[in-house]
Design a protein around this ligand. Structure first.
Ligand SMILES: [Zn+2]
Length: 348
């Protein structure tokens, strides 16, 4: 018994001395003074001792018990102090950049492109204008020379709202199919001369595939003044495409029909992929259709309260998604509204 107590004493003296954490000291405390701790169990064998032995061993045991208890407490204090002094002596440079490699967010590629385009046209005097996403048949079609039954309506199949309003017939409200619903509104509001740009969302009733989305962005310019002509249109097209795709980009205009312009033009840029030689993407032509434009139809100017004998105007626009697909070489338009951070985050 005596030897056992001395053994425990010397074994734990060393253990306590070397313990360098509070958790380790808690462990030592439990293995000595816990329910089945080595110290806790000793008195249970006192019954096997003679009276003389108990008188001799008991005070020695108590002394060792108290000593070990105190040593643990003392060591706890030391460990706490060591920890504290380490904390206070370590200087922290709060100006240093964090070493953690956190993923950084980035602006959506379409928004990036739109910022770029808005800045580009702000420089030459265009102001931003906003028109409603839900608009009347009148602003979206009628006033733009697309009356009910006109074949051109097939190009802009849309979604109609059944809401009834006091001053509107049922079915007169729709989700606008293009930003052109702004044209007559802004002419009526601002009059001539005017330079406005609209960059915003519009909607189509579409069969969705890699090239068609129900919700899409459009950019559109409306420029009305006394001497505006097709040369301005060529200039604006070149100004834009050279800025987005590089100074070497060649631009051509091709006759194209839109009901609200006369004449209308498809704006082609030299194919970015084959540099005009002809490839799969451009269908071997060497050109890509990038924008649509034209001289605003005299009737549309009249609808906007502008005299077509005095003023002429340009309407010019493109789809930011299609532009971004070419710029970033994306093959599926649906990726832009997918919320797929893996795809969107990888586009620089
Ligand atoms: Zn090509």
């Amino acid at each position: 018994m005596e030897n056992k107590i001395l053994e425990i004493h010397s074994k734990y003296l060393e253990k306590i001395k070397q313990a360098n954490s509070l958790a380790l000291l808690d462990e030592i405390f439990l293995s000595l003074f816990g329910k089945n701790g080595e110290i806790t169990l000793i008195p249970k064998d006192f019954g096997k001792l003679t009276k003389d032995e108990v008188v001799r061993i008991s005070p020695q045991f108590n002394q060792i018990k108290v000593e070990l208890e105190q040593l643990i407490e003392q060591r706890r204090e030391e460990v706490r102090e060591e920890k504290y002094s380490k904390l206070t002596s370590d200087t922290i440079d709060i100006t240093k950049e964090a070493q953690i490699d956190l993923p950084k967010g980035q602006i959506h590629p379409i928004t990036q492109l739109e910022h770029e385009v808005v800045e580009l046209f702000s420089k030459i005097g265009f102001q931003q204008y906003q028109a409603p996403h839900i608009d009347t048949d009148n602003y979206n079609f009628e006033l733009l020379n697309i009356p009910a039954g006109h074949p051109a309506r097939d190009l802009w199949d849309t979604l109609y709202l059944e809401e009834k309003f006091d001053n509107l017939d049922e079915g007169k409200l729709l989700l606008r199919t293009h930003t052109s619903n702004a044209q007559v509104r802004l002419m009526r509001e601002a009059g001539a001369p005017v330079r406005m740009m609209i960059i915003d969302r519009c909607f189509r009733y579409e069969n969705l595939d890699a090239r068609h989305e129900h919700t899409l962005e459009q950019f559109e310019l409306v420029y009305v003044d006394k001497t505006v002509n097709m040369a301005n249109l060529q200039y604006l097209s070149e100004y834009f495409l050279k800025a987005i795709f590089g100074k070497e980009t060649r631009v051509r205009l091709r006759p194209k029909y839109y009901p609200f312009v006369e004449p209308g033009a498809g704006v082609d840029g030299e194919c970015l992929f084959c540099k005009g030689k002809g490839c799969k993407i451009c269908g071997g032509t060497g050109w890509l259709e990038l924008a649509g434009a034209g001289m605003i139809h005299p009737q549309v100017l009249r609808n906007g309260g502008i005299n077509p004998n005095e003023y002429t105007g340009i309407a010019w626009g493109f789809g930011p998604e299609r532009m971004a697909m070419l710029k970033y070489e994306i093959s599926d338009i649906r990726v832009f509204k997918s919320g797929d951070l893996k795809a969107l985050g990888g586009i620089k």
